[in-house]
Design a protein around this ligand. Sequence first.
Ligand code: 26V
Length: 818
Amino acid sequence: MFALMDRFLSNDPVSLQKDILDHVEYTVARSRFSFDDFEAYQALAHSVRDRLIERWHDTQQYFKRKDPKRLYFLSLEFLMGRSLSNSVINLGIRDQCADALSQLGFEYEVLAEQEGDAALGNGGLARLSACQMDSLATLDYPAWGYGLRYQYGLFRQVILDGFQHEQPDYWLNFGNPWEIERVHVSYPVKFYGTVEEETLNGKSCKVWLPGETVEAVAYDNPIPGYGTRNTINLRLWAAKPDGQYDMESYNTGDYINAVVNRQRAETISCVLYPDDRSYQGKELRLKQHYFFVSASLQDIIRRFKDGHNNFDDFPEKVALQLNDTHPSLAVVEVMRVLVDEEHLGWDQAWNIVCRIFSFTTHTVLPEALEKIPVDLLGSLLPRHLQIIYDINFNFMEELKKRIGLDFNRLSQMSIVEEGAVKSIRMANLSIVCSHTVNGVSRMHSELLKTRVFKDFYELWPHKFQYKTNGVTQRRWIVVSNPSLCALISKWLGTEAWIRDIDLLIGLQEFAADADLHQEWKMVRKVNKMRLAEYIEAMSGVKVSLDAMFDVQIKRIHEYKRQLLNILSIIHRYDCIKNMEKTQRRKVVPRVCIVGGKAAPGYEVAKKIIKLCHAVAEKINNDADVGDLLKLIFVPDYNVSVAELVIPGADLSQHISTAGHEASGTGCMKFLMNGCLLLATADGSTVEIIEEIGEENMFLFGAKVHEVPALREKSSDHKAPLQFSHVVRMVRDGHFGFKDYFKSLCDGVEGDSDFYLLGSDFASYLEAQAAADKAFVDQEKWTQMSILSTAGSGRFSSDRTIEDYAETTWGIEPCKCPS
Ligand code: 26V
């Protein structure tokens, strides 16, 4: 036996260099005297991976020995982005890697750029999952993430003539050193078939005879914590044909077709659904949900049984977190396994289910609430449909006892929705079966309690909680903004804020310090230069560093109101055009940056992207305007693009119609990076206001309680003249594509202005003017910027996760000794 210390790989540059060269030769199979940047990246990635695996083993062994209650985080989506940069920071070996590489003639930053993003998710919910995994590892919680290993991640956005086109993201093309394939960790997942009644030991029980079986194979992705040895696991499932051969079809001679049919199993984990807006009852999607749920639960139950033989202990050892309704079939699957396979009584099983699940919802939009057509569910998962009916029957009986025969309310709360298409309401199912229902910001939770799930709140007020979202400062400051990171540590005299974000508040003390201002401005300028270079390389447009970099990056949605931003840019353009030359000198120059993907079937969002390009074309080529105004659309927005853009932003926009953004997490990343916010009071911005004060932001727009009345108000009184004027410019074809943009214009004028662009326009322009005014006074601006970073502590995912651990999951840290 080696002594433990001897076993660990060393992290000094010499050892790293040796490992890198060994991987060049033996893993990448290139000569150690001749390899390119990509091959060097691969070798570096494998060297880092080796170190992750060591820690991963130790952590898993330690968890096994200690046998704490574990959290299982179930999510259909994780937007992890790049792994190398994050891993070297969390392992504390970034500088050593850079040293090792430079002696080999390579630059760390250049190699890090070789990695493509792991984009196994759509937007906010998926990136939140990634941030939360980082916090779970860093805070030493005994947690596992479970998800799907899509072969194609979120589509790549390509812009041609200003129109969005989608291209497949075959991200595994060049291999993925960050995962470990576990060919021996695999489970059968069943679909279709029939349910038979059988008698076992004198008791009647249900037996599901499936029509199709697919194998789920595990791929493990180690998630290292920062400043700890703990490295947790994100286990993603891939679908493979099962090992059973249907001799009949092979023998009939149609060998080729038999093989091809088997191979079709892989389509289950083939592609991520790119719509984050409205749920469509698609069989493949439902198959993905169940495939993921079934494999994860088999794995979790196997782990539990290895050491426990009484299911009554299950809730002491297992907490299951439902990330939105997408994994909600898990509640039904646990019932099925306990009742049909483990032969527990219904009541005993139900008692267990009610103690293990917690549910977090990430939306307020009714159209995003999942409903699964009963016919679809019944054909794919016949036994599950029966169980759902049984759960609902019991729930309705209990409800009748509580509220009497109020049929209206009973039918609203029922898990089964009657109607043209009889469906299962997944949110209702999740609420009924979970002990806790979390919102993602205080405002979101209030809306859940007073509107979306009002009836459920009245029935079970104790179930409703909220945990305001947070983001990890490791990725969003340390990785993406190293100069700011160094500056913060210098002024705080410690790096401890990287684990203990509350320390950031210490910057407040220096908010007016002239030396800090100098250094802060320098850091911001360097980041702006980096962004300006990217913009020029990508679009050919040269932008002025003296301009205010004004950014709106997020998925394109009507409620997020990118259109409001573009219309105000048109207004700014129009004002500049109509000014005397002498007046133009007073204009604060702006570089407006917009980025985001539209769901492929979301026509309005696609038109907004086209309008942005059409307006940019006009403005950026107008000599009258010059550096006073530029409009840039950053294509293919993803995590890596965000890491580049956020540190370089002066101003960022979070301008959703009040009451529509459940939380928003982009705003938190900008805030941490010292970017000022121009925002409506919606989702988490309400809480940001409380932390940094209204005077350090630019707020505008209707408040959530004013929105319903404004929607009622007659259209003539809503929009100011400037608004009608800019819409008219679009209508009249000022930016071309007159007919194509007509429906966009119709959608914001008159009574159809559902998202209240017209009625918020005047106050939006005022907020924009206030931002211009503040920017002129650079000392004031810098102070606001420092105060933004200083006040961002509450918005770390560390705080969110600690809160979940204590008040929802009931788990405790389990720190693996170093
Ligand atoms: C929703 C749906 C709904 C229909 C079916 C397909 C599908 C796929 C993905 C999603 C996810 C959308 C939900 C989401 O990302 N919500 C965002 O969650 C963030 C984290 O809590 C939050 O900050 C954002 O405000 C919220 O929009």
